[in-house]
Design a protein around this ligand. Structure first.
Ligand SMILES: [Zn+2]
Length: 205
């Protein structure tokens, strides 16, 4: 995804930016001076397992309260399911009544339709993500943060909270000119990046 953004998205305008993937896990890739930063074991960017609340829900990694357990795709679907079962959200209750299991597409649709619980789910996720990203912004001083992956389809409600949390928590000097945007490429960024990586490998470009 970071390579795709580099070739066809954020990388056209900047050499220093962060690409954040919001999916079944939350990961961030730092691009510094046009180069992807991978880390000692090429495992950098696992921000989904930063603990944001030690009393939070159990996480797949064995800890509790990781960012993923609040804001990754399975957590959001679970929050929607709970809201449907308890009757707090008519939209989600309707999906469950149809005998279907909820998917992120249902959450995206409910947010777009203005379901209050769904909008709150999107906003809470955005706030949690933004609070962690503030530290990355302080560290890497990116010109732009690009949010992609299936959860980014939650759109402006998510984006507004990410922006607000970063502005609230990151050093002011680093947020003056900072852009935080949803990926214009969406999931195509992954395909474009994979295609370029394959081409580079074949032709040594
Ligand atoms: Zn975890």
């Amino acid at each position: 995804m970071a390579r795709g953004e580099g070739h066809s998205g954020a990388g056209r305008d900047h050499r220093d930016y962060l690409v954040v993937r919001l999916g079944s896990g939350i990961t961030a890739t730092t691009v510094s001076g046009g180069q992807v930063v991978e880390g000692a074991a090429a495992a950098g960017g696992e921000i989904g397992h930063v603990r944001v609340d030690e009393f939070g829900p159990a996480c797949t990694c064995g800890n509790s309260g990781c960012l993923d357990s609040f804001a990754a795709l399975p957590a959001l679907v679970e929050q929607a399911r709970a809201a449907g079962e308890s009757g707090r959200s008519a939209d989600f209750a309707r999906v469950l009544a149809e005998g279907r299991s909820l998917e992120i597409g249902d959450v995206v649709a409910a947010v777009a339709a203005g379901d209050r619980v769904a909008v709150q789910v999107a906003r809470d996720a955005g706030r949690r993500v933004g609070e962690v990203l503030a530290t990355l912004v302080a560290f890497a001083n990116p010109a732009q943060v690009v949010l992609g992956g299936p959860v980014a389809a939650l759109g402006d409600n998510l984006l507004a909270e990410v922006r607000a949390a970063v502005l609230r928590k990151a050093p002011t000097a680093l947020t003056h000119d900072l852009r935080i945007d949803l990926s214009g490429l969406g999931e195509r960024a992954v395909l474009i990046g994979a295609a370029h990586a394959a081409t580079e490998r074949s032709f040594g470009a």
